[in-house]
Design a protein. Structure first.
Length: 310
């Protein structure tokens, strides 16, 4: 067990441990896909044997930001588009902590898009869940980066003139080492993918299709869906960037036509950012977070640290 938390405490974990003691009334709309993310996340943590003291959930602004209110763990509600840099810092300070960042498609692919690209490129060891409902939900239905071309909204009453971004392809080109897409209507697959993502050492990006029955009725329920691992049409190696890229492009194209392809798309086992920093000696083997609880630690002066990195 860690010197400062329950990390490493092996015991049976009940899913209800991740439900706050005084459970807040969920303000998500009835039928919202966000409920599916919450359920899958609780199930994944239970299967992994994690307890709330071993998990940090960092959320952004939007409907997805409420996830930290309904999930009992360490939590941080950041400002719009900034969940990733906070998550990265926490993971570097305490590598044993399971860190998950969550945000919507506007939060993650729009406002926080720059952080997304560089977190993927640097391969930080964390899980990033993007609630993709193809709309800005909390602010009442404006066009988002993933809204399909022609989609009418309050900000685009005559239909969006822009093609949507391709989040899976963007994730691959940026450098994510685990990329998957699942949907709230597929809870079993969602939990399995989350478990794999947390077991992966590196930046794991999950594009989580979450239907918005209030502000994006065009997207409906993201059904029927096809698992690319089960379909005879798709036969590719998860470690083959070119093959994975082709299937991602196909999945992103078909989604606009109403066909939903989900599953695992890419996995690369290259070292994470933290592993590389420890290998080169730029990060200590003893986590920074543990130093505060180590009475025998000989603290370094800030000036000494600055001199080392000149």
């Amino acid at each position: 067990m860690s010197a400062f938390s329950a990390i490493g405490d092996e015991r049976d974990v009940d899913q209800n441990e991740f439900t706050p003691g005084i459970e807040p009334q969920a303000t998500w709309c009835p039928g919202c896909g966000d409920f599916g993310v919450l359920k899958a996340l609780k199930g994944a943590m239970t299967e992994l044997g994690k307890n709330p003291d071993e998990v940090l959930l960092v959320t952004g602004i939007g409907c997805s930001g409420k996830l930290s209110s309904y999930f009992d763990s360490y939590g941080y509600h950041s400002i719009h588009g900034r969940s990733l840099p906070i998550s990265r810092a926490a993971k570097l300070a305490n590598p044993e902590l399971e860190v998950v960042a969550a945000g919507g498609d506007g939060d993650g692919y729009g406002i926080g898009g720059n952080h997304f690209m560089h977190s993927a490129r640097e391969n930080h060891d964390m899980v990033y869940i993007v609630f993709n409902n193809e709309i800005f939900g909390l602010t009442k239905g404006q066009t988002s980066p993933t809204s399909p071309k022609g989609h009418k909204s309050k900000t685009q009453p005559h239909g969006s003139a822009k093609d949507p971004i391709r989040p899976l392809s963007m994730s691959l080109s940026a450098g994510s080492s685990y990329i998957a897409r699942t949907a709230a209507v597929n809870p079993r697959q969602a939990k399995e993918i989350l478990v794999e993502a947390f077991e992966h050492d590196g930046f794991a990006h999950i594009d989580f299709l979450t239907q918005c029955p209030t502000w994006n009725k065009d997207a409906k329920q993201y059904v029927p869906y096809t698992d690319v691992q089960d379909a005879d049409e798709f036969d590719f190696d998860l470690g083959d960037r070119r093959g994975a890229g082709d299937v991602m492009y196909e999945a992103e194209t078909r989604l606009a036509d109403g066909e939903v392809l989900t599953g695992r798309f890419y996995q690369d086992d290259r070292p994470s950012y933290g592993q590389e920093k420890r290998r080169t000696g730029e990060m200590p083997e003893q986590p920074l977070a543990e130093r505060y609880f180590d009475d025998d630690y000989d603290w370094e002066r800030s000036a000494d640290l600055m001199h080392r990195h000149r």
